[in-house]
Structures are given as structure tokens and as C-alpha cells.
Design a protein around this ligand. Structure first.
Ligand SMILES: Nc1nc2c(ncn2[C@@H]2O[C@H](COP(=O)(O)OP(=O)(O)O)[C@@H](O)[C@H]2O)c(=O)[nH]1
Ligand SMILES: [Mg+2]
Length: 196
């Protein structure tokens, strides 16, 4: 598997034309998107930490599978929900994200990353409504699970599901730090890449 940065887009005009199937990663700023992408792809290409809410671009990673799995694009959406964000930034986020999501036929699955300690917050729910209205496949992926004792994992998932969420399957519990849940997520992605 080789991974390269294919495009970094700050404006709709910079978005690459459709091509390979796309798997999207979305979530609040600081939820652990970059860390999970790096852990999943075995790279350090995604920039971790730094100023929350700094990533305002949509980043396209080209993942070439070789004989192991089909090639695809992993699409890293800019984080949302960072409190200090200006109105202009929020407007730009929406403009760029909608431009990407509209009529994107190659989009197969949106992995919605949610901090396992907090569950879905109000803006996570807004995002879910918006994606579901547009007919997108959503999979909830919990992050930073290492911050909770393993004995609580199953109960937490059940609680969050009971409280209500959209997910095409049982949410996946991951930790980039402890490298947990990565194989499960990988096989899920592959399932959506090969399905029609
Ligand atoms: N304990 C723990 N911390 C994590 C994990 N993933 C990310 N972090 C930390 O959370 C912060 C934000 O991570 P980052 O990947 O940059 O989040 P992003 O803004 O969503 O891309 C960083 O300080 C990471 O080190 C994890 O699995 N476990
Ligand atoms: Mg990031």
C-alpha cells in the first residue's frame, strides 16, 4: 500500500474531479481525525495536533492498494465546532464542504469520528442530519477509546446507540494511540469499496 497527498483544497475550484471511490473522514476539530488517518494508513502525512481548528482544507489522500485491496481516496474534511471560529470561517467551511458533498457520486462512506468520552454533541447531531438528508452512508467511529477502561467500552457503545445516532452498522471503537479497532475499520472500508 502506498499513500500520497493528492490534493489540498481550500476552495471549491480546487476540488479534484471524481475518479476513484472515496471514503470520507469527518468530525469535530481535535477529535483525532489526523491521528486515526495516520494510524490507519501507516503514514505521518496528516498533521496532528497544533492549533485546534487550523485545518481548513479538504485533503485528498491517494491510497494505492497494489494486490492487497482496491485503490481509493481517503478524504479528510476540515474539522468543525471549534468555539473560537469566526463567522467567516464557518461560512467557508459550509461552502467548501457542500461543494464537495453535492453530487459526489464516488463517495462511498462517511466515517463520522466522535470522541468516545463525550458521545455525540449538538453539532455532531446537526452534521448527521445533514449527511443523512443527502443520502450519505454514515458510520460512527469512536476515537480515543484508550481514555476509557476497556471494561466500559461495550456499555458506552450501547448507551450512545440508545441515545440515538445514525450509523450503517454498529459503531466502531478505535484508539489511534493504542492502535485499537483499526483492522475492523479497514475491513469495513473495504466492504464499502467493493460494494456497488
Ligand atoms: N489518548 C489519545 N489521544 C489522541 C488519540 N488520537 C488523537 N489524540 C490526541 O488528540 C489531539 C488531536 O488529534 P488530531 O489527530 O490532530 O485531531 P484532529 O484535529 O481531529 O485531526 C492530539 O493531541 C492527539 O495526540 C487517541 O487515540 N488517544
Ligand atoms: Mg487534523
Amino acid at each position: 500500500m502506498t499513500v500520497t497527498v493528492e490534493a489540498t483544497c481550500f476552495t471549491p475550484a480546487q476540488l479534484p474531479p471524481e475518479g476513484l471511490p472515496e471514503i470520507v473522514v469527518a468530525g469535530r476539530s481535535n477529535v483525532g481525525k489526523s491521528s486515526l488517518i495516520n494510524a490507519l494508513l501507516g503514514t505521518k502525512l496528516a498533521h496532528v495536533g497544533g492549533t485546534p481548528g487550523k485545518t481548513r482544507s479538504i485533503n485528498f489522500y491517494l491510497v494505492e492498494g497494489g494486490d492487497e485491496h482496491p485503490s481509493f481516496r481517503l478524504v479528510d474534511l476540515p474539522g468543525y465546532g471549534y468555539a473560537a471560529r469566526s463567522k467567516t470561517e464557518k461560512r467557508d467551511w459550509l461552502r467548501l464542504t457542500s461543494a464537495y458533498l453535492e453530487k459526489r457520486e464516488s463517495l462511498r462512506l462517511v466515517c463520522h469520528l466522535v470522541d468516545f468520552r463525550h458521545g455525540l454533541l449538538a453539532n455532531d447531531r446537526e452534521l448527521q442530519e445533514w449527511f443523512v438528508q443527502q443520502g450519505k452512508n454514515l458510520l460512527v467511529v469512536f476515537t480515543k477509546a484508550d481514555k476509557l477502561p476497556k471494561g466500559q467500552w461495550r456499555g458506552k457503545v450501547q448507551q450512545y446507540v440508545r441515545e440515538g445516532l445514525f450509523s450503517v452498522d454498529v459503531p466502531i471503537v478505535t484508539s489511534a494511540e493504542k492502535r485499537a479497532g483499526l483492522d475492523e475499520l479497514r475491513s469495513f472500508i473495504e466492504k464499502f469499496l467493493t460494494a456497488d
